[in-house]
Each structure stands twice: as C-alpha cells, then as structure tokens.
Design a protein around this ligand. Structure first.
Ligand code: FE
Length: 336
C-alpha cells in the first residue's frame, strides 16, 4: 500500500515541477510593441545582459496589436504590451487586456499623472505636445497658451496635423477634461478658423510647412522637433512652452502594461519595474529624444537645451476617457 502512495506523491511533484518550471520560472518574455524596433531593442538587449532573460517581440501598429491580443485571448504568448499614447493604453485596458500591477517601485519611479490610477498601465517615456514657431515671423512674447492660438490674430498663420492622429485626439480630450465640452469646442473651432492650410499627415510636415512659409505657428511633439534640428541644426524654428501660468504643457507617454493572459506575470512585473529605473529610463528616452518619466533620471543634453517647463498634471487616463468626445468635437467644428 505504501509504495503506490509514494509513487503518486513523486509523480505529483514531478508534474508540478515540470508545469511551473515552464511558467513561473520562464527565462523568456514576449512583448507586443507599437513602439518601433530600433527604439526598444537596445533596452531589451540591456535587460537580457543584466538578467539573462530573453525578450522576444513583435512590432506593429497599436490597433493591430490590440486586435491580435483580443483574438488570441488566453492563448496569447504575449506578456507585455508597449504602445505610444495614453489613449491607446486606455483602450487596451478598456478591452480587458491588461493586468493590474501593485508595485511600490513603479509608484515611486513614475509620477501619478503618467500612470493609470488602477495600475493597469504605466508611462515609460514622456513627450510634450507643444507650440513650435517661426523665429523669423513670430516673437515668443506673442505666444502664451494653446487656447490663445484660437485668437483671430493668428488668422491664416496656424498649421496643424490631422485630427485623425491619436496625439491630437488626446490633446483635445484633455482640453475637454479641463474646460468642458463647450469651451473646448470654441477653442478648437478658433484653431480651425486660423488654419493657413489643410492639416498635415504628420508633425514633421507641419514644421516643414512653417519653414516653407505656409504658416507661422503649429503644435508638435518635441521629439519630431529634435529629429529635424539634428538633421538641420540652424533651422529658424523654436519650441514654446505654453500655459505656464495655468494648466501646463500637454504631455503624453509611451507606456506599458502587463497582458492579462500572460503566463509569466511575476517576470513581466520585474521587467516593468526595471524599465522604470535609471539605466532603462535613460536608454528608452534618449533613443527617441524624449523625457524619462522618472524625474530622478537625467534628461539628454539636447532635449534639456530646449528648457524646463511646467507640465499638465491631470491624469492621462482622461486622454482615453474623453477620446470619443474629442473625435466627435473635432468633426463638429470642421477639424479634418
Ligand atoms: Fe510619434
């Protein structure tokens, strides 16, 4: 009687061990990333070097990755989702694709407004969506706020990127959160009235239009300005930090969440915590000329040369919560 019992116990532990050695102690993580390969690979390589854990990844556009995660459901190999814009992260959570992570390290490293209040997603790098102007035709004293770009004094002088881009949807969503829908609509309508030309498909074209004299002032993400200046150091364009006496500059993040169906959550969380620390933050931000979310990490000298600014600290989950209202509003006021 004794022997079969021992054998059963032995096999139980064998199966237990085999099962968990493949899950709880996996030496590999899988990342689905809407952030481009050249921006994530140096960070992943560094982690592999430090931890021995291999990072496999696929990159694609955010909506494609969300569809894929939904379709794969419990069978997904993914452990983490990386994407740009809090609006996209909010959508992933809204679809039930993300797992809440309670971590004192993440709370200490990432400012409150740059992470989900329910800990489903966390900002990793910060980008400011700010005003850019022609140093030939605009004096910085002429500028003040996003709202003031609706003033008729900018008639036929404003250049914008298309309202189809999530960056602008998030910007307008945050305006709705701050001012209410009616006031936000007046502001955006004012922008549309001031456009010098039809909206452009990207931020670089927006700045090139200003350089070509098609307009004097625009709204862009800081790293696109950085890319342009890197290529052509003496361009007559400068960044302006708006709303410094009020709400602050509109910021957004590229960020990450642990996939709800991940089989390696403990390792995924350890990786996420590492991503919020010094070495990773520096690599992650510098690769795209962004700002680290972790305020203790030094900013790249070129990015730092653009000056310091007060940022809007309203929680970025609002970019997602008000996104459909923002899309409807922009459509209503004729922002193409
Ligand atoms: Fe971008």
């Amino acid at each position: 009687m004794k022997r079969p019992f021992h054998r059963a116990v032995f096999f139980f532990f064998l199966i237990f061990f085999l099962f968990f050695s493949d899950t709880a102690f996996s030496r590999e993580l899988v990342v689905y990333s809407a952030r481009k390969e050249h921006l994530i690979q140096p960070v992943f390589n560094r982690y592999t070097k430090e931890s021995g854990i291999q990072i496999k990844y696929i990159t694609d556009k955010a909506p494609v990755l969300l569809q894929r995660l939904k379709a794969e459901a419990d069978n997904t190999p993914a452990d983490l989702l990386i994407t740009v814009d809090a609006g996209n992260l909010w959508h992933a959570d809204n679809e039930g694709l993300l797992h809440p992570v309670s971590s004192n390290i993440l709370v200490a490293n990432i400012p409150r407004h740059l992470r989900d209040p329910e800990n489903k997603w966390f900002g990793l790098s910060l980008r400011a969506r700010t005003i850019v102007y022609s140093t030939k035709r605009v004096k910085p004293e002429d500028l003040s706020t996003y709202e003031a770009l609706a003033d008729p004094k900018w008639k036929k002088r404003l250049v914008l990127r298309t309202s189809k881009k999530v960056y602008n949807q998030s910007l307008v969503a945050m305006l709705i959160k701050e001012h209410g829908e009616q006031k936000a609509a007046e502001i955006v309508k004012g922008w549309v009235n001031n456009l010098s030309t039809a909206p452009f498909s990207n931020d670089t074209k927006t700045m090139e239009a200003i350089l070509a004299g098609q307009g004097d002032v625009g709204i862009v993400n800081t790293y696109y300005y950085g890319r342009l200046v890197k290529k052509t150091p003496d361009i007559p364009l400068a960044l302006f930090w708006p709303n410094q006496a009020s709400s602050g500059v509109h910021v957004n993040v590229s960020g990450v969440g642990v996939v709800a169906a991940s089989k390696n959550k403990a390792q995924a969380i350890a990786f996420l915590e590492w991503l919020s620390g010094g070495a990773a933050q520096k690599l992650f931000a510098d690769a795209n000329m962004e700002y680290p979310v972790n305020p203790k990490v030094p900013i790249h000298p070129m990015v730092a040369s653009w000056g310091t600014f007060k940022q809007n600290t309203i929680n970025l989950k609002n970019a997602g919560e008000y996104q459909s209202a923002a899309i409807r509003l922009m459509d209503r006021v004729g922002y193409k």
